[in-house]
Design a binder for this molecule. Sequence first.
Ligand code: C5P
Length: 216
Amino acid sequence: MTQIFTIAIDGPAGAGKGTLARRLADHYRLNLLDTGLTYRAVAHALLQVGLPLDNVSAAETAARQVDLARLDRTVLSAHAVGEAASRVAVFPTVRRILVEKQRDFARTPPGAVLDGRDIGTVVCPDANIKLYVTASAEVRARRRLAEIESIGGTADFAEILADIQRRDERDMGRADSPLKPAADAHLLDTSEMAIEAAFLAAMTIIDDALAKRNKA
Ligand code: C5P
């Protein structure tokens, strides 16, 4: 039987998990899925036709239509779409539909790196490696501001911080699949750590697990 290798990365918005996931998928030659894009795709579909974000049956229909091969990051990365995504992500039926697609993706050889909020706890509870990547809300807000300014934009730090705190509350406080570290997750706090250092720390954890697996 083909051995599938799964790396689950969870954490709040702006902690650096997306960059880390991309680096790890490249390095270990695994497929990559940013599961946040699936929730964003549902929110975007509703926004586009002007439907309210609490229209559960429309959200379910949009979730069924999500095609993992056609997630357009350019369209979906808008800040407003992320905010809207966290609203549709509270509906258990919408989550079930998307989680099924995410699990199918994870089962495809040679395996995958998936990043999101509930990968280690719900989507892939048997993942070979679970990482929980976090950073203080202030650091995440500062990074977001730097990102906006680097492309010539302007924003207010206090507003960004309030936004991040609101999204954290919604993601950690929802009844279904709240954001939290899995009991067996390795914690990586990137508040005072550059992404390169986080990548090296993750590699050490993964190489160790691979060595043990090869010995078994
Ligand atoms: O990671 P990203 O910011 O793209 O996620 C957008 C929103 O989608 C999150 O704030 C969260 O509410 C939701 N999400 C989720 N479960 C995941 C990934 C994202 O609930 N696995």
